[in-house]
Write a protein that binds this ligand. Structure first.
Ligand code: DQA
Length: 143
C-alpha cells in the first residue's frame, strides 16, 4: 500500500530555503516523519519532488493506485492550472499542505486554486503539518 508524498517547486531545498519562513527541517526529514507516521499501518511512502509543473502532473497521473496523497504544490497553488486538472481527476483522497501560514503572507498567497479539490488543507504549522495530513488520511484512505 503506497501513500504519495508530492512536493512542488523549491521544496527540494528545504532546510536552506528561507528558514525563518519554512523551518530548518529538510525534505528528507519530512519524508522520514511521514513514513514513521504510516509505517505501523503497513503503508509505504512514495516521495517525489519536482520543480516543474509537467513532472508534477505526470507523477499524479502515475499514482492513481496509491491510497491517497499529500501534496505541497509550492507556488503552483497560485496558478498551476494543469496540476489542478490532474488533481481534479485524482481518484483518491488527498490533502494540501503548506509549511507557512500563507494567510499571514503576501496577498498573492491568500488563495489556492487547488484547495477546493482537496479533502482538507493544512497550513502554517511547519513540518508537523505533513505528519498531521498523514494521520488524517489513514481512516479516509482505508475506506
Ligand atoms: C509553500 C507556500 C507557497 O506560497 C510557496 O510558494 C512555497 C511554499 C509552503 O509550504 O508554505 O513554495 O507551499
Amino acid at each position: 500500500t503506497e501513500l504519495l508524498l508530492l512536493n512542488g517547486p523549491n521544496l527540494g531545498i528545504l532546510g536552506r530555503r528561507e528558514p525563518d519562513i519554512y523551518g530548518t527541517e529538510t525534505l528528507a526529514d519530512i519524508e522520514q516523519m511521514v513514513s514513521d507516521e504510516v509505517a505501523g499501518h503497513g503503508w509505504k511512502v512514495v516521495a517525489r519532488q519536482h520543480d516543474c509543473e509537467g513532472e508534477m502532473i505526470r507523477t499524479v497521473q502515475d499514482h492513481y493506485d496509491a491510497v491517497g496523497a499529500i501534496v505541497n504544490p509550492g507556488a503552483l497553488m497560485i496558478a498551476g492550472w494543469g496540476l489542478r486538472d490532474a488533481l481534479a481527476n485524482y481518484p483518491r483522497p488527498w490533502i494540501e499542505v503548506h509549511l507557512s501560514n500563507v494567510w499571514a503572507r503576501e496577498q498573492f498567497r491568500h488563495q489556492s486554486i487547488l484547495g477546493s479539490l482537496a479533502s482538507g488543507v493544512i497550513f502554517g504549522l511547519g513540518a508537523i503539518g505533513y505528519r498531521l495530513a498523514a494521520r488524517a488520511l489513514l481512516p479516509r484512505a482505508e475506506s
